[in-house]
Design a protein around this ligand. Structure first.
Ligand SMILES: Nc1ncnc2c1ncn2[C@@H]1O[C@H](COP(=O)(O)OP(=O)(O)O)[C@@H](O)[C@H]1O
Ligand code: SF4
Ligand SMILES: [Mg+2]
Length: 390
């Protein structure tokens, strides 16, 4: 697959009163033309800053891209003038965000917001732009598209607004669509519909997608490759099937174990990853996951492993994984165990999670149950459980 995007050693920091926030610490990856890559990780792991840096949407100051290259279709985006970059943003690279309400202008009709981009980037006249806008709303499944063009954002439901955002993202036939947690604020059913929609559009339009999520469950049915981020680093990267069947980083195993179990129902699920996400004010000299890792060994506290191939097409930034360790049965730690006992849950093994995922790779069919409330609940639970390790 020809490479559309090549990110090399991208490093972004925020220079704040409290010190330097090491948000993205030298990440390298690529996206092929027409490929869907998912970027997964807990909140604060640098996913958004990483993709915003690609098109230089970082607030500067306090932010600064301190190193790296971003090759898109033969050009280094970090070297382009602001003017040249504007022609690429929203045109050849489109971005959709988590909360459509903050990205849509509340005082302009939906129609105006879509046609503006078409007139600007594609040189269409008003009639052509309106016709295309109707086609786009049709494409993303908004009923009565023609009439709805004259409505304002607040007249749409959350799911419909996200569809509008996708329509706007697609308006200029981008080569790359970056979707930053586009379904996180939506309920489960709508979430599945949006994933389904994006899958269908991708097949029809052939664009590449970077899909960001904190939930590994969501990507099973849509991505070809998964990048796992922790603490501003890529800690694992592999084709989607091996991330579920053969994870090679303890953090990924933790994420897998925190995916909802289908057979346990909504309220009963999840083993949260113990401990708190790291403080990004310090550049780590150790493995950043060490304080939360059940496998940490002496070397992990002394040296931060770089991302290396551990199997064909499969990279991991973990010392034992790089030595060939492939089995990760992380023992359930005490607070999570207590939570589980309280809810009388059956054991929740990695294999069960893997089986669920494999059986449910079609989220459009409603196979995957993703419950945001429970994810929040578990975040709280893990936040209260304190840092494990030393
Ligand atoms: N404007 C900013 N000023 C200071 N720190 C920021 C700013 N934006 C993001 N960060 C920090 O960068 C880190 C990565 O954030 P982000 O990329 O938004 O995480 P994610 O998208 O994975 O949840 C976080 O620690 C966050 O606090
Ligand atoms: S390098 Fe060590 S601490 Fe880091 S994830 Fe691997 S085993 Fe855990
Ligand atoms: Mg984010």
């Amino acid at each position: 697959m020809a490479k559309l995007l090549e990110v090399k050693n991208l490093k972004t920091q925020f220079f704040t009163q409290d010190g330097v926030v090491h948000a993205v610490n030298g990440i390298t990856y690529s996206v092929g033309a027409g490929e869907t890559v998912a970027i997964v990780g807990e909140s604060g792991s640098g996913k958004s800053v990483g993709v915003m840096s690609l098109i230089r949407l970082i607030p500067q100051p306090p932010g600064k891209i301190v190193d790296g290259e971003v090759w898109f279709d033969g050009e280094d985006l970090l070297k382009l003038s602001e003017e040249e970059l504007r022609k690429i943003r929203g045109n050849r690279i489109a971005m959709i965000f988590q909360d459509p309400m903050t990205s849509l202008n509340p005082v302009l009709t939906i129609g105006r917001q879509i046609t503006e981009a078409l007139e600007l980037h594609l040189d269409m006249n008003k009639d052509q732009a309106r016709k295309r806008a109707v086609e786009l709303l049709d494409l993303v499944g908004i009923p009565g598209a023609d009439a709805r063009l004259d409505d304002y954002p607040h007249q749409f439901s959350g799911g419909m607004r996200q569809r509008v955002m996708i329509a706007m993202g697609l308006s200029c036939n981008p080569q790359l669509l970056i979707a930053d947690e586009p379904t996180t604020a939506l309920d489960v059913t709508i979430q599945a519909q949006i994933v389904d929609l994006v899958n269908r559009l991708k097949n029809e339009l052939g664009m590449a997608i970077i899909w960001i999520t904190h939930d590994l469950g969501v990507v099973a049915g849509m991505a070809e490759r998964v990048i796992v981020m922790y603490s501003g680093y890529i800690v694992e990267e592999s084709p989607v099937h091996s991330i579920y069947s053969d994870p090679r980083h303890p953090y990924t195993v933790g994420l897998l174990r925190s995916i909802p179990r289908l057979d346990l129902g909504r309220q009963k699920r999840l083993i949260p990853i113990e401990g708190l996400p790291p403080d990004l004010l310090e550049a780590p000299t150790q493995c950043p996951f060490a304080p939360r890792c059940a496998y940490a060994e002496e070397k992990c506290w002394q040296e931060n492993p770089s991302l290396e191939l551990v199997a064909p097409d499969h990279k991991s930034a973990c010392w034992p994984a790089q030595r060939g360790v492939t089995t990760w049965e992380v023992p359930v730690a005490a607070p999570a165990q207590a939570l589980r006992d309280e809810q009388s849950l059956p054991a929740h093994t990695l294999e069960q999670v893997q089986t669920d995922i494999m059986n449910a790779v079609d989220p459009g069919a409603g196979g995957l149950e993703v419950d945001i409330a429970m994810i929040e609940h578990n975040k709280e639970t893990s936040a209260h459980s304190g840092v494990e390790g030393r």
